[in-house]
Design a protein. Structure first.
Length: 316
């Protein structure tokens, strides 16, 4: 499957475009809420929070999983599936760390740079040519990334680099998903991903547990959120994670051209900026907002270019 086809799916349309747009916007808001809730896990190590981000959905999905789902999740023969899960772990540990230590706008924005990297991954890995319109969109988007990484021309922001690494890992994960798992049922896809990612991130969880101040956490010390807040935050993150994946699947299912909806994932950006301001009093810098606008515009141009190429390549 080509990088152009990564932005298109072929099936029989069954939902109206406004409904699909609403589902995609809701999925994007779920991602913004997930970032907000991660800020309420203060006291727990980011590695432990990341593991909970995977293992708790597994516990929920276990109630619905059947034999083929279990076999798919535990199969060691599916190397691409395990590689995809590893990329998901890297993306999420970067996202959680950036969201808990920095500002929400930056974390969500740079995590959503995946569409900028997908054509590059396909070019480097699959040897697919980059079309001029795609290159123009990528150049515009990466100018925005530079503006976010170096606000006001200052030194590189380390937290922004962490979040950007998450975006790269997410792009590789998406390429692997479309190459090896697009024909599997949605439940199996999610159960497989969460199970494999929870196993791969278990060493991180053990590391995080080792340097988590449990006496402070369980005792409700000033350096930690109360236990009931931590519990609600982790449960809320589980709901948002499952909601984000499920809503995206419902929005894309049956579409001839998924790129029509893909730009709506950037609804998370203004929502994150608003929540960061309302809940934590952080006001986004003008240069960050300018960079965000360039990233969104560049991603939309790149997505539309890929969609047009997919439309030309698809059989009539």
């Amino acid at each position: 499957m080509s990088s152009a086809q990564l932005t298109a799916t072929a099936a029989t349309p069954s939902r109206s475009l406004p409904l699909r747009a609403g589902l995609m916007a809701a999925a994007s808001i779920s991602l913004a809420l997930l970032a907000v809730l991660s800020r309420y896990t203060r006291g727990l190590a980011p590695e432990l929070v990341t593991w909970g981000r995977f293992v708790l959905p597994v516990l929920v999905l276990t109630a619905f999983a059947r034999g083929p789902d279990w076999r798919a999740a535990w199969s060691l023969a599916d190397r691409l599936g395990w590689l995809r899960a590893l990329c998901a772990v890297i993306a999420q540990i970067c996202f959680v760390f950036a969201a808990t230590q920095g500002d929400l706008l930056q974390a969500v924005l740079l995590y959503n740079t995946g569409p900028l990297f997908i054509p590059l991954v396909a070019w480097l890995w699959l040897r697919e040519p980059l079309r001029p319109a795609t290159v123009a969109g990528l150049a515009l988007g990466f100018l925005g990334v530079l503006a976010v990484l170096r606000p006001g021309g200052r030194a590189l922001d380390p937290l922004a680099l962490v979040a950007l690494t998450g975006g790269v890992a997410m792009a590789v994960s998406q390429v692997l998903f479309y190459r090896c798992a697009q024909r599997q049922p949605p439940l199996r896809n999610q159960f497989k991903l969460y199970t494999q990612a929870s196993l791969l991130s278990l060493p991180l969880a053990l590391l995080g547990a080792a340097h988590t101040p449990w006496a402070t956490v369980l005792g409700g010390g000033a350096a930690s959120e109360p236990v009931w807040v931590l519990t609600l935050a982790l449960l809320g993150m589980t709901a948002c994670s499952l909601g984000n994946q499920s809503l995206r699947d419902l929005a894309y299912r049956g579409m001839d051209n998924a790129s029509t909806l893909a730009p709506l994932m950037y609804v998370a950006v203004p929502v994150s900026a608003a929540l960061d301001w309302l809940l934590f009093g952080r006001v986004a810098a003008p240069m960050a907002l300018f960079g965000a606008a360039l990233i969104v515009a560049g991603a939309v141009v790149a997505l539309r270019s890929g969609a047009r190429e997919a439309a030309r390549a698809s059989p009539r």
